[in-house]
Design a protein around this ligand. Structure first.
Ligand SMILES: NC(=O)c1ccc[n+]([C@@H]2O[C@H](COP(=O)([O-])OP(=O)(O)OC[C@H]3O[C@@H](n4cnc5c(N)ncnc54)[C@H](O)[C@@H]3O)[C@@H](O)[C@H]2O)c1
Length: 341
């Protein structure tokens, strides 16, 4: 049976392999991949029974094994410093794009990608996967319904023991800001993007961060950011060394408070000081579930039946937030997002 989509995964390291598996799970896409590491290329080709290419041009020349009726897409899952260059080449070749977070490590090449995307009319989504977590999505719907009134404050408190989940952290892109490393670009960016999704874009911020604990790296593993998001005051903290693996995101509105607890698979709300939390619980899902949702929603966008979950413009905005946070740590001062301090 010929499937309607052909998806080329570029880079099949940790997250690229997951994307490959999750796009296969949708049952809607023929999948192939590009991987520069020969032994990993052989392993993944055998594990999933798919075609692996040594370089992008070879894959594009071959159309990734796609049939003429396939709708052509690609997932960019290399380290972040290569995202824009690879995405632009894929867009030139007419591929719709799911690009891993963060969009890049600087803004060089952003406007070139945006103009190729416009010219070729390709769909782009940035893979901020929190947008596929059911409890967070349900909380956002409740916020947007207006039932709690206007948001006035957002507070995020997050941490996990990164070496437990990514034992190779010393040897991958994480060890250097230039390749997308450190807590701000690698982990906090998910939370900042979620905060923008909930209450609007970050206009200005001030950040403090330091390397506190993780062995054999010097990038920051602990970070605190204060934000202004129009009329909303924000506070985001995250570390990568504590034992609890928790993300708690609270939005305080004029007529109620909502809280997402990723680790408890729920969101909760309270409107009166003398009442308990009202819990809206969800089934714990396997780790692939959100990525399968993300793959399906991306294919829906390519098919024109849904909007991209995180647009290129939203990905650029969060990239500018990451860069403003890094600049603020360096300078010790408030930074305008996308501009000077
Ligand atoms: N959404 C999430 O939950 C999540 C989780 C992990 C990583 N990420 C992001 O995904 C990206 C990749 O992270 P990772 O952990 O998979 O890194 P990784 O180092 O495990 O894998 C990257 C892979 O890309 C390959 N590669 C590099 N340049 C290439 C090229 N030009 N062509 C083809 N392959 C190339 C490398 O050989 C490697 O196998 C980063 O931007 C990271 O921030 C997102």
């Amino acid at each position: 049976m010929t499937l309607p989509h052909a998806v080329l995964i570029v880079g099949v390291g940790s997250i690229g392999e997951r994307h490959l598996r999750c796009f296969q799970s949708t049952g809607r896409a023929e999948v192939s991949f590009v991987e520069v590491n020969p032994s990993l290329r052989a392993t993944i080709a055998e594990r999933y029974g798919v075609c692996g290419f040594a370089d992008l041009e070879a894959a594009l020349a071959d159309r990734g094994g796609a049939s003429p009726s396939n709708s052509l897409s690609a997932v960019v899952a290399t380290p972040a410093n290569r995202h824009l260059e690879i995405a632009t080449r894929l867009a030139e070749a007419g591929r719709h794009l799911l690009i891993e977070k963060p969009l890049s490590t600087n803004t060089n090449g952003v406007s070139r990608l945006a103009s190729v995307v416009r010219e070729r009319g390709v769909v782009v989504s940035v893979a901020y996967v929190y947008r596929c977590f059911p409890a967070l999505g349900a909380m956002r719907e409740a916020l947007l319904s207006g039932r709690f009134g206007k948001p006035v404050e957002i507070v995020a408190v997050c941490g996990q023991n990164f070496p437990t989940y990514r034992p190779a952290y010393r040897d991958i892109y994480y060890n250097d800001h230039a390749t997308g490393g450190g807590a701000i670009q690698d982990a906090l960016t998910h939370v900042l993007n979620a905060g923008e999704w909930l209450v609007g874009p970050i206009d200005r911020l001030v950040a403090d961060a330091a390397h506190q604990v993780l062995a054999d790296v010097t990038v920051e593993d602990t970070v605190h950011v204060l934000t202004r998001q129009s009329g909303v005051l924000g506070s985001y903290s995250l570390n990568q060394h504590q034992a609890p693996n928790e993300v708690t995101l609270t939005v305080i509105c004029e007529q109620g408070t909502v809280r997402w607890e990723s680790h408890a698979h729920r969101w909760r709300w309270m409107v009166r000081p003398d009442e308990p939390w009202h819990d809206e619980s969800h089934e714990p899902l396997p780790r692939d579930a959100a990525f399968i949702t993300q793959a399906s929603r991306f294919l829906d966008a390519v098919d024109g039946i849904a909007k991209p979950l995180c647009t290129l413009e939203e990905g650029v905005q969060t990239l500018q937030v990451n860069l403003a946070a890094l600049a603020s740590v360096e300078s010790g001062s408030w930074q305008k997002v996308g501009g000077a301090s």
